[in-house]
Design a protein around this ligand. Sequence first.
Ligand code: FES
Length: 120
Amino acid sequence: MEHFRNPHNIGEMKDADSFGEVGNPVCGDLMKIYIKVKEENGKEIIEDISFQTFGCAAAIATSSMVTELAKGKTLDEALEITRADVAKNLDGLPPIKMHCSNLAADGLHDAIKKYREKKK
Ligand code: FES
């Protein structure tokens, strides 16, 4: 699994437009997702995205996956990336690890929500 061995888009983004933060109630691990948004023809597009996690290997792999899925998408499209999509793209995680994979999608949604609130 590429995303386990070599996670993409890892690290803090200093000039992010917004970031989402979620904690995992099961294990107490934390996840941050940073996004940079550009507006183009009235669309809001995720120009850049990165993540930081203090979670386990499964959380890292799924974050890497989510950031790859979300990059270049509009905010509306990115909101449609669900927990299930993430697991599917990783060829199904063992069920015990499902709670880890939920962090990334939740973090992404949180980042988008905050971005929109800030713009209001
Ligand atoms: Fe905490 Fe996976 S065990 S995120």
